[in-house]
Design a binder for this molecule. Structure first.
Ligand SMILES: CC(C)(COP(=O)(O)OP(=O)(O)OC[C@H]1O[C@@H](n2cnc3c(N)ncnc32)[C@H](O)[C@@H]1OP(=O)(O)O)[C@@H](O)C(=O)NCCC(=O)NCCS
Length: 185
């Protein structure tokens, strides 16, 4: 059994060790990179428009989590994407936008619909016109993340995008909000 709960910013900070552990195992990141991410995650909790969810096992263990916040100029991620988009696309996608920052499920718990439920809960009731996310480029038919985002109607905003200081290619995906009824249900 498991349950989905909403997280306030302080819940994310309170369970930061577990968050980083789930994040690291889901993404396959090394300890050094995770240490850097730890600082970012704690800072993200204080951003305007923060929304978080978590999936807990019977014993309270963390099976998955996700969060995002309002995307605004001055935020590193926002500014990188905006600079790469044509002016009108930037305006359309980013002037009233929720950034889905993280969405992860512990590997042993993947493939049971947890990610899908977390994504739905995060996006339902978001008071913005669009949602944007970045995810490592992968085979769309094989990658669970890509399949999930496509099922939710996310379209390509930028492909093969490189963030400064990172040698992996990312896809930037987006969709309009609110979610249509057949996805939100
Ligand atoms: C991407 C990720 C968050 C998706 O979470 P997940 O729980 O594994 O995936 P989903 O919620 O989409 O699971 C749905 C799958 O379970 C199946 N499923 C089984 N029972 C289900 C149920 N009751 N409800 C819905 N789906 C169910 C679905 O058929 C679907 O199968 P598919 O993946 O073959 O299409 C997760 O796999 C993950 O953390 N991956 C690594 C990290 C990552 O890439 N994160 C995103 C980067 S931004």
């Amino acid at each position: 059994m498991m349950r989905l709960v909403r997280w306030q910013p302080e819940d994310l900070v309170h369970r930061l060790d577990d968050v980083i552990e789930v994040y690291g195992s889901a993404m396959g990141y090394n300890a050094e990179l995770l240490q850097t991410r730890r600082g970012y995650v704690a800072a993200h909790a204080g951003r305007p428009g923060f929304r978080g969810v978590a999936t807990l096992g019977d014993d309270g263990s963390l099976l998955g989590f996700g969060y995002g916040y309002t995307s605004t100029p001055g935020q590193w991620w926002h500014d990188q994407i905006r600079a790469a988009l044509r002016r009108d696309d930037g305006k359309a996608w980013m002037s009233d936008c929720f950034e889905l920052v993280e969405l992860h499920v512990r590997p042993a718990a993947q493939g049971h619909g947890i990610g899908q439920r977390q994504l739905r809960a995060l996006l339902s009731g978001v008071g913005h016109r669009t949602v944007l996310l970045s995810t490592p480029e992968a085979d769309e038919d094989v990658s669970r993340a890509w399949r999930l985002y496509r099922r939710f109607g996310f379209v390509d905003v930028l492909r093969d995008f490189y963030f400064p200081g990172d040698d992996r290619a990312f896809g930037i995906l987006g969709r309009s909000l609110p979610l249509p009824a057949h996805i939100a249900a």
